[in-house]
Structure formats: structure tokens, C-alpha cells
Write a protein that binds this ligand. Structure first.
Ligand SMILES: [Fe+2]
Ligand SMILES: [Fe+2]
Length: 327
């Protein structure tokens, strides 16, 4: 019996009272790599002998149990599928630039590293722009305006396009999220107009930059990439963000948002599978008006995906223009 048939039998046993359409949706949700909705529906009908008499002779037909008598519309699915980046190659992973509060020396240092190492792909892992005036906190009216920040961001993204000839991915962090929250609260009438959508405002499509939305993560090779605001609560300021990342996700991964480097390595007790998690440093000024004393540091990541879709990750500290590999 094939793996697909075995999975279908398991799902039928587990949910004996649901109809074929619901079973198909369950299969697609649980095994997106194996089933499309059409394929799942056809396979289920095949197992129940509903694809013709010739197929019925070939298969030991399953008996349909009595169906649920409740009339329920399908539940609303809020799952955002992760962006999978499986192609072998090198990625520079940067985070938390907070334009216009960015640190030019730190940014130049990590871009120089990428150029020296001939890294073609760039992953901007959230909080690239600060959107100061969209904050829910009391704001200083003399500080930078959103239009000014967007102008600086576009110039920066254009210059990145010249340096990175491969793929550029822009992740929406909690600071970019401020824009949508502002619209929802204060200008809800324009929500839904294409020109006001966040990726359009950031100008990503015009530059051929892929946008990863808020609360959607990516998988680079076998490494999950998050911005910290999308992980379960209780992650605000952990002593070791990398350890918290593993506790919350149970997989190898990288997180931005915390503004300081950390590493955690854990080998599962029974399966003896080892997981590594990392938090990367920021590329903004290390002192901000709301955080004059902190333990932030500058840094970036270098992810190398090999032909077996496995990822080797190095976490770098930038200290006074010098790059030091930490983990
Ligand atoms: Fe940040
Ligand atoms: Fe953040």
C-alpha cells in the first residue's frame, strides 16, 4: 500500500463521520506537499470505490461510516503558508535597520561582507523601516515623517538591487505592521484599495522584491525564518531569544526583532536529532530614545543552502566595523 493510501486510511479512521469534501480539506491542510484538493478528493473517492467498477475491483473498498448530520459551512482558514526558498545558494540575512534610525557603518560592513563572499541573495527579516509616526505610543511631531522614511527606504532598496543579483525577500516586521494598524484604526475607508496596500507603499513589486507578510514565516533550506513579533507571547525580552525560539517552535530557525545575537543547540532525547536556533543582531543605532540603555548589538546572518536543501548558518557580530563569527 502506498504512503498516500495509508494516510487516507488513517484520516478515514480518525474522522469516520465527516464527508469526502471535509476529508479532502483535512488532507490538504495536514499534507500540503502530498495533496492538492482535486487529488485528495479523487483519492478518497477511489478508496470508497466511487470511481467506477473497474477501480472497485482493484481496491479493497472502504465502507463509508454514517455522515455527520450537522450542516456546517467550512471553517475560515487563516493559515499563511510559509515561503519556501529551497534553491541551493547563499543568503545574507539582515534585520532591524529601522530606517531612518539605521547605522550606516554596520550596514556597510555587512554589505561589504556579502560582496566579498559573492552572496547573491538577500533576506531582509523585518523592521527595515521604523514608521515612527505610525506608532501607538506618544510621538514627537518633530521626528521623521512616513513619506521621508519611505523615500529613504526606496533609495536603499534600489541600491540593494544593484548589489544582490539573485532574489531579495522583504519580511514585514512589527514596525511595518504599524502602517496597516494605522489604516485600520484611522483610515479604514481606504483599506482594500490596491495603491494603499503595504507592499505597494513600500514599492516592493516595482523592484521585483518578494514580500513575506506579517505572521507568515519562510523556510530557507531547512531553516525557519521568523520576525519575533509573530511568535507566541512571552517572547518580548528573553535572556536568550534563540532558546525561546526553540521552545516555541521546536525546529531549527532564525529570528530577528530582539536586536541581539544568541544561539541555542538542542538534541532531541529519543530521536537524537539536533536543532540549532539563532537570533541575529540589528543594523540600527544602538541607542534609541525609548531604549537608552540596552544590550543590543549589530549583526547579520549568512545562510548557505546546499543541494540537499539543508542549511548551514553562521551568526556574525559587527563590532566597530569588524565582523566576528559568533556561532
Ligand atoms: Fe526591531
Ligand atoms: Fe521587531
Amino acid at each position: 500500500m502506498s504512503r498516500r493510501d495509508r494516510i487516507i486510511d488513517e484520516v478515514i479512521d480518525k474522522f469516520p463521520n465527516v464527508g469526502n469534501r471535509t476529508l479532502a480539506r483535512l488532507l490538504v491542510e495536514q499534507y500540503p506537499e502530498l495533496y492538492t484538493i482535486e487529488r485528495a478528493r479523487h483519492s478518497i473517492r477511489y478508496r470508497f470505490g466511487a470511481t467506477g467498477s473497474r477501480d472497485r475491483k482493484k481496491v479493497n473498498v472502504c465502507e463509508h461510516k454514517k455522515h455527520c448530520s450537522l450542516q456546517l459551512p467550512p471553517g475560515i482558514n487563516q493559515v499563511k503558508k510559509p515561503l519556501k526558498l529551497n534553491q541551493p545558494g547563499d543568503w545574507l540575512v539582515i534585520s532591524d535597520l529601522h530606517i531612518p534610525y539605521h547605522d550606516e557603518i554596520a550596514i556597510e560592513t555587512c554589505i561589504r561582507y556579502a560582496v566579498d563572499k559573492k552572496i547573491k541573495n538577500l533576506y531582509i527579516n523585518g523592521d527595515c523601516v521604523d514608521f515612527y509616526k505610525f506608532s501607538d505610543f506618544v510621538v514627537d511631531p518633530r521626528q521623521s515623517s512616513p513619506s521621508n522614511e519611505l523615500e529613504l527606504l526606496r533609495v536603499f532598496l534600489k541600491s540593494l538591487k544593484k548589489q544582490f543579483k539573485g532574489k531579495i525577500v522583504y519580511k514585514i516586521g512589527n514596525h511595518e505592521d504599524r502602517y496597516e494598524r494605522y489604516l485600520y484604526q484611522r483610515a479604514s475607508a481606504v483599506v482594500g484599495i490596491e495603491q494603499f496596500e503595504l507592499d505597494k507603499v513600500l514599492g516592493l513589486g516595482d523592484l521585483g522584491i518578494t514580500c513575506v507578510s506579517s505572521k507568515q514565516h519562510s523556510i530557507v533550506g531547512n531553516l525557519c525564518v521568523f520576525h519575533g513579533h509573530e511568535l507566541p507571547k512571552g517572547m518580548a525580552s528573553p535572556a536568550n531569544p534563540a532558546k525561546s525560539l526553540f521552545t516555541k517552535t521546536g525546529c531549527s530557525g532564525v529570528v530577528g526583532h530582539h536586536h541581539y545575537l544568541s544561539h541555542w543547540c538542542m538534541t532531541e532525547g529519543v530521536r537524537k536529532v539536533t536543532h540549532n536556533t539563532y537570533s541575529i543582531g540589528c543594523l540600527c543605532k544602538l541607542v534609541k530614545d525609548y531604549s537608552p540603555v540596552n544590550n543590543w548589538n549589530h549583526g547579520f546572518g549568512h545562510a548557505r543552502v546546499n543541494s540537499k536543501r539543508r542549511t548551514e548558518f553562521r551568526n556574525y557580530l559587527i563590532d566597530r566595523g569588524q565582523v566576528e563569527c559568533q556561532f
